[in-house]
Design a protein around this ligand. Structure first.
Ligand code: ATP
Ligand code: MG
Length: 575
């Protein structure tokens, strides 16, 4: 490709609406242009990168025995009614009506469609196992599209679905996918960590995410997930799923009896612990949440934080948020009580489900809200002064300094970008949609399913997030849009131009993906652009050509070597 005809416009400045480096660089280097919020044009350079990621994914999926197909982007609501997701998927699902008034949606994922395909196409256990996948654009009306391709509304995904006769078969399919994923990301030049993750409310199911870990200190960190990992054994998990052992602290107050005590203006745990001069670990915190429109009170030790996904999963919910003050007022009114946030407790409260975190069980002579403003119950004990809730779960957010449940070593946290995930679905969809096969013994059984996603466009952006410097992108070779760029310093210099042309033709003849920067631009502009767009190798043909030498620069290391044109070509061919 000649740079003079390559469709690319690099910008001098970063776009003003971009927060993270991958977004800034992909726009500035001319890879993507925003069409509307969360929707991007993939310009020619980007499309080359995406196709490379896709092809790596395709090759490894095929090697793992999966078969590619392509399902429609638009889906009828009926299938979603069958699975039960039409009413619960929420606003991320982009719903529309056709001219006949039939309800449809833009595919955010394809469990329903694939299950309908299996239901019609698979009759017997003899046809199993099977794993079907596609690579396609998805649409999700994300509440906060941001970070460019990392969280778009329209994005490209590889989604695969496995069908097995039993759990053991699923375990095997799952392990095969995990292995394929390791290879895929490694081939893309991305180091990933496979971490345990939340798998929603479906009991007993398992899921893992593949995380690209990003530098904690980076300003505007693109890692939307907190990943906890053990400093000793292999344990690692998304914060929405992580568990830990707590270091021991004081959980028993020095009170001899339970007493309602004046605690004026102590709206927060901090204010309360200061006022009473006690550690926050002997306070029982009560927080009100709204889960799918229902009120829930969560009790947790005062020095700990509720993990909202864990709490939501107790109820199999889809949406969770902390209650507003006016909602707390409503609860108080309905319970015939009168207290403001900060003084709420479980006793006497009506119309609210109560869940306690495991940490509250061990509290003794503790402090808790008593539904009277400016007062707390001090010196309380479960069973005696206050009822221990029946629902006790781990709804606690793990923190750095907690210990590993497997080996007792320290847990640490880091930020991660989820580029893929694997998920044991079990019979969630096959049962709901009555998708069955005939087993060996003639019995009708629902398929045991797994699903496996990879964000193609997010993976490309994550690669930029991990591999860049102050001058621009540094593409891993396997997914770079071109391998090498030849830059003649002056297009007025005939020798430079003819050597550059000559090298260009030789490389083209060997099917190397090469750019020749044949523009009449200043050398500085051309060299800057080459760095910005991140081509792994740059061959600069300048004044030293009269001694038969060119500059060979490796973008990743910024090492420049002076070698002959032939050697430069050999280096590229030997990659
Ligand atoms: P997230 O938690 O980041 O929203 P998810 O759990 O919704 O992801 P899946 O539904 O399992 O993700 O989708 C599979 C893969 O698709 C993800 O691992 C991710 O790489 C990618 N992906 C999901 N949502 C987006 C998005 N809005 N933009 C780009 N890629 C996405
Ligand atoms: Mg999502």
């Amino acid at each position: 490709m000649r740079m003079s005809s390559l469709f690319v416009q690099t910008l001098r400045e970063f776009p003003s609406d971009a927060e993270v480096m991958s977004h800034k660089l992909l726009v500035r280097a001319g890879y993507i242009r925003k069409l509307t919020n969360g929707v991007y044009n993939y310009l020619p350079l980007m499309w080359r990168v995406l196709k490379k990621v896709e092809n790596i994914v395709r090759e490894e999926m095929d090697k793992a025995g999966a078969q590619e197909l392509l399902m429609p982007f638009v889906q009828p609501s009926e299938l979603w009614q069958e699975s039960g997701r039409w009413d619960v998927y929420g606003k991320e699902l982009m719903r529309l009506k056709d001219r006949h008034g039939r309800e449809m949606c833009l595919g955010p994922t394809h469990e329903e469609v694939i299950t309908s395909i299996a239901r019609e196409g698979i009759r017997s256990y003899k046809q199993l196992p099977v794993n079907l996948y596609q690579i396609q654009s998805k649409f999700r009306d994300e509440i906060r599209p941001r970070f460019g391709l990392l969280r778009g509304r329209e994005f490209i995904m590889k989604d695969a679905y496995s069908f097995d006769v039993d759990e053991a078969g699923l375990d095997k399919s799952y392990e095969i996918m995990a292995e394929a994923y390791r290879k895929i990301f490694e081939r893309c030049g991305l180091e990933t960590k496979m971490v345990q993750s939340d798998s929603g409310a479906i009991g007993g199911s398992v899921s893992h995410e593949f995380m690209v870990l990003v530098n904690e200190e980076a300003e505007n960190n693109a890692g939307e997930n907190d990943v906890f990992y053990c400093t000793n054994c292999g344990y690692s998990a998304n914060s929405n799923h992580a568990v830990s052992v707590l270091p021991s602290v004081q959980t028993e107050g020095k009170y001899f009896e339970a007493k309602i005590t004046e605690t004026p203006n102590t709206h927060s745990i901090e204010e309360l612990s200061q006022f009473l001069n006690i550690p926050s670990s002997i306070i029982c915190k009560a927080l009100i949440y709204v889960i799918d429109g229902k009120y829930v009170m969560a009790l947790i030790r005062g020095d700990k934080t509720v993990e909202e996904t864990k709490l939501m999963n107790v109820f199999g919910g889809n949406e969770i948020r902390i209650a507003r003050n006016d909602e707390i007022e409503e609860i108080m009114q309905n319970s015939g009580l009168n207290a403001i946030a900060g003084f709420i407790g479980p006793e006497g409260i009506k119309g609210v489900e109560i869940v306690a975190d495991e940490t509250v069980k061990e509290l003794k002579n503790f402090v808790i809200g008593c539904n009277q403003t400016d007062k707390h119950l001090v010196g309380a004990n479960w069973g005696k002064d206050i009822k221990l809730p029946e629902r006790i779960f781990d709804i606690r957010l793990v923190e750095e300094g907690d210990k590993c449940t497997q080996c007792g070593a320290d847990l640490k946290v880091t930020k991660g970008i989820e580029v893929g995930n694997i998920f044991k679905l079990g019979t969630k969809y096959s049962k709901a949609m009555n998708a069955t096969f005939t087993d060996k013994d003639g019995q009708e059984k629902p398929f045991i399913m797994g699903c496996y996603g990879i964000g193609i466009s997010r993976t490309a952006a994550a690669a930029v997030e991990r591999h860049h410097d102050e001058n621009g992108i540094i593409w891993p070779l396997a997914i770079a849009p071109y391998t090498v760029i030849i830059v003649p310093v002056s297009d007025q210099d005939e020798t430079q131009m003819s050597i550059a042309e000559d090298m260009y033709k030789k490389l083209l003849a060997d099917n190397v993906e090469v750019i020749l920067d044949d523009r009449s631009e200043r050398a500085g502009v051309k060299l800057k652009d080459a760095d910005l767009i991140g081509i792994p190798y740059r061959i600069t043909v300048g004044k030293t050509i009269k001694d038969g030498l060119v500059e060979f620069k490796t973008r990743a290391t910024n090492v420049v070597e002076t070698i002959s044109p032939d050697e430069a070509i050999q280096r590229i061919l030997s990659l």
